[in-house]
Design a protein. Structure first.
Length: 277
């Protein structure tokens, strides 16, 4: 094979010499000497070979540590553990890169506000009564995605099913799908409610707002959170208490109106000073 040909070219008489000197072979089989081949074939050179092995092994380990320094630093940056001797031996510039990587990994903002909610303009295209829950409607709502969202809403005490189809609504879209009495609901229809809960009304987008347009609140222009972040950081519990309608029935966050490119979002019948959720 190639090894025999190389022996002829380099005038190596013994194939063991090829294995000892060929860089390619040693790279492919770095633990060849650890297998005891030299000791078995050259027992009279045991001490000398053992010392040579240790030297080669030390040089190899030093080179591997140098080569893998950034990889070890990345592991540390991600919270992993490495052998103490590796950690202690990392170069200063690698440490600086590690700190830079950690800084880049930090979120842009830890502030939890209404910008974390992805509220979209939608329209109900289909609605029916839930077969097993007397308070729930099941709806299909177009929010500008490839397929309509299926959402369950506890509105049967406040609306008739015939009132829903064609109704324009606001949909909180970055919620994980959860089953409501067996129905997979992926999102929430935003409504205003009286303090005692006896009256509930849709918050409606303004005329002309495009289906799928994101509702914005001036001064809160951050990117929405992921569905998992919403749950993990309990964002709804922190944001919802600051959602309400004002005197004119406009939905607001801390007094700042919900708005689209064509105007503000208002509760049906302009229900004033009411919580929104």
């Amino acid at each position: 094979g190639a090894e025999r040909f190389a022996m002829v070219i380099h005038q190596i008489q013994d194939i063991r010499g090829f294995y000892d000197s060929d860089v390619r072979f040693l790279e492919q089989f770095p633990h060849f000497h650890d297998m005891g081949g030299d000791r078995f074939l050259n027992p009279d050179q045991f001490v000398e070979v053992d010392a040579e092995e240790k030297k080669r092994e030390a040089e190899k380990n030093a080179e591997m540590e140098k080569f893998d320094a950034q990889a070890w630093a990345d592991i540390i940056a991600d919270g992993g553990s490495v052998p103490k001797e590796i950690a202690d031996g990392l170069k200063t510039n690698t440490g600086k890169k590690k700190k830079k990587k950690q800084a880049q990994a930090q979120p842009e903002s830890t502030e939890i506000d209404v910008s974390k909610l992805d509220i979209r303009v939608g329209v109900i295209t289909k609605a029916w009564e839930h077969e097993e829950a007397d308070k729930l409607f099941c709806e299909e709502i177009d929010i500008g995605e490839d397929e309509p969202r299926q959402i369950a809403s506890g509105l049967r005490a406040h609306y008739k099913v015939d009132d829903l189809v064609g109704q324009r609504v606001l949909v909180l879209s970055n919620l994980k799908t959860r089953k409501l009495v067996g129905f997979p609901s992926h999102g929430m229809v935003m409504c205003a409610a009286s303090a005692d809960g006896t009256k509930v009304e849709f918050v409606e987008p303004p005329a002309g707002a495009a289906v799928g347009e994101r509702v914005m609140i001036e001064g809160y222009g951050g990117e929405p959170a992921t569905e998992n972040q919403i749950i993990k950081k309990k964002m709804l519990e922190k944001i919802f208490p600051d959602l309400s309608t004002n005197e004119a029935g406009v939905a607001t966050y801390k007094g700042v109106p919900f708005a689209t490119s064509t105007g503000e979002c208002v509760a049906q019948n302009k229900m004033p000073n009411s919580p929104v959720a």
